[in-house]
Write a protein that binds this ligand. Structure first.
Ligand code: G
Ligand code: G
Ligand code: MN
Ligand code: NA
Length: 254
């Protein structure tokens, strides 16, 4: 298939790159974490967006090689940020549920962190609800191992999957990322506002951090502050960018 061939070329020709999107600490305006978002280049230009190539990679099995590349690249970046103003900025990578089916995944992540002389708390993992709840006991144990070691674990796109709130207290997670559709609807719709409020309350009562994604306007920024979210991510603050721009922009501001 065309996308699979493109991905293979990108893997072999240094065409994969990580971009980073800051997460803003709403209490103090700092950037204590960022999300790593994979980009696929060919001949110096973006070739295909992740919303297209990630599902293809999951089907073809290439996701394991790509996922390992992402883990290594994120750790390399964290090491390169040591001694810069971004030294304490955690990188959160997106993990596909398929990757956790590999029983060595947790050990490999911890090994890679060690190889780069990093602390586990410098890395975070984002998994969607369906990936978390679809996982068997062995996959949950891998996440538990990572969390116990200090790796930060978030539920991505929270509120859109088929999860029950009861599972929140059983799953080894540190924070919820509220799916951006809730914020966008909450601006117009009282019931979406109520749902968002409820998610934030439940999250906090369970001791979880609450991150909101997709903040694009000042009104939305005001709302998420009023609602008591801990962190926010969105085009209003910054778009995903190469590491060099992270250092030039955010790094110098503090
Ligand atoms: O960057 P963008 O908003 O286009 O990302 C689209 C989707 O691709 C998001 O759902 C994101 O979680 C996913 N994605 C981006 N980078 C990665 C990655 O490194 N691994 C996995 N599994 N998914 C990713
Ligand atoms: O599903 P996940 O949360 O991993 O997706 C991250 C994706 O969301 C990235 O592709 C990123 O480009 C996109 N994104 C980040 N901020 C915003 C925003 O403010 N608005 C919209 N529409 N998308 C955003
Ligand atoms: Mn994500
Ligand atoms: Na998300």
């Amino acid at each position: 298939q065309e996308t699979t061939a493109l991905l293979r070329r990108a893997i072999n020709n240094n065409g994969l790159k990580l971009h980073f999107q800051p997460q803003i600490d709403l209490k103090n305006g700092g950037v204590s974490s960022c999300e790593a978002l994979l980009r696929c280049f060919e001949d110096g230009a973006l070739a295909v967006p992740p919303a297209v190539f990630i599902p293809v990679a999951e089907k073809s099995g290439l996701i394991n090689r790509i996922g390992d590349w992402v883990i290594d690249a994120a750790c390399k970046q964290l090491r390169d940020w040591q001694g810069t103003p971004l030294a304490n900025t955690r990188i959160d990578i997106n993990l596909s549920g398929k990757q956790l089916a590999d029983p060595q995944m947790a050990d490999r992540i911890l090994q890679t962190l060690g190889d780069y002389s990093l602390l586990p708390a410098q890395l975070g993992l984002e998994l969607t609800e369906n990936e978390l709840f679809g996982g068997d006991e062995a996959q949950i144990q891998q996440l538990e191992k990572l969390k116990n070691a200090g790796v930060y674990i978030s539920i991505d796109d929270f509120g859109t999957g088929h999860s029950s709130l009861v599972y929140l207290r059983k799953l080894p997670v540190c924070s919820l990322k509220i799916d951006r559709t809730f914020l966008h609807h909450a601006m117009e719709n009282e019931s979406d506002m109520a749902i968002m409020q409820a998610i934030i309350t439940v999250g906090h009562r369970l001791g979880l951090g609450v991150v909101v994604e997709g903040v694009e306007t000042n009104e939305q920024d005001k709302l998420v502050r009023q609602l008591g979210c801990d962190k926010a991510q969105g085009f209003l603050y910054a778009r995903p960018m190469p590491a060099s721009e992270m250092l030039a922009g955010i790094g110098s501001g503090h």
